[in-house]
Design a protein around this ligand. Structure first.
Ligand SMILES: [Zn+2]
Ligand SMILES: [Zn+2]
Length: 173
C-alpha cells in the first residue's frame, strides 16, 4: 500500500479517507506459526500537518496459523491499530532518530506495508493455539488428541516434585 505525497499536498488541511483492500503483506514465516497471510484491508485517514504526513487507522485480515500444540492449521483474524508519522527526507528540519518514531521517506511515495507488517507482528501473542482447550499431540503415538483418544498412558513426573521426593528420601534415611 502506497501513499503519494502529492495527494497529501492537495488536501489543504483536510483529511483524506483511506480504504484499501487486497493488500499483500509479507508475513509468512515472520512469526514461527504463520503459514499464510490472506490479503489485508486498511481503513483510516491521512493528513498533513507542519511538514509531517500522518496515517492513522486499522489494518485487518486473516492469517493461517499452525497450532503450537496440535500443528493443525487454523484461521486467525486480526484487527490492529496503526499510527505512523512520515517526513520527507529532504524537508526534515529535525534530526531523525528511532525514539521520535518518525519515518523518513525518500521521494514521492510512502510505502506503508512494512509498518503494517510490523504492527501486526507486534500484536500477535507469543504462542497461538487452535482453541484454548487444544489437547495437542500424543507424545507416545503421535495422534491428534482433539480428533481421537488413543488411550496411551504417558507418565509425567513434575521435575520439581521429583527433586522434592529425592530430598525427603534422603532425610528419612
Ligand atoms: Zn491445536
Ligand atoms: Zn497416543
Amino acid at each position: 500500500m502506497k501513499l503519494r505525497k502529492n495527494d497529501f499536498l492537495q488536501l489543504h488541511g483536510q483529511k483524506m479517507e483511506l480504504d484499501e483492500s487486497g493488500i499483500d503483506l509479507d508475513l509468512k514465516g515472520k512469526h514461527p506459526q504463520i503459514v499464510a497471510a490472506q490479503p489485508a484491508r486498511f481503513a483510516g485517514e491521512a493528513y498533513a500537518t507542519s511538514g509531517l504526513y500522518m496515517v492513522e487507522g486499522e489494518v485487518e485480515g486473516t492469517l493461517t496459523m499452525e497450532c503450537a500444540r496440535c500443528l493443525t492449521h487454523f484461521p486467525y483474524a486480526y484487527r490492529v491499530p496503526v499510527k505512523e508519522t512520515f517526513v520527507d527526507e529532504k524537508e526534515a528540519e529535525i534530526e531523525l532518530d528511532e525514539e521520535l518514531e518518525i519515518q523518513a521517506f525518500d521521494g514521492d511515495d510512502m510505502e506503508l506495508n512494512p509498518y503494517l507488517e510490523a504492527d501486526i507482528l507486534l500484536s500477535l501473542p507469543h504462542t497461538l493455539v487452535c482453541r484454548d482447550d487444544c489437547k495437542g499431540i500424543c507424545p507416545e503415538c503421535g495422534v491428534n488428541k482433539n480428533e481421537q483418544n488413543c488411550g496411551c498412558v504417558v507418565e509425567r513426573i513434575d521435575p520439581r516434585l521429583a527433586v522434592l521426593s529425592e530430598l525427603f528420601g534422603k532425610q528419612n534415611k
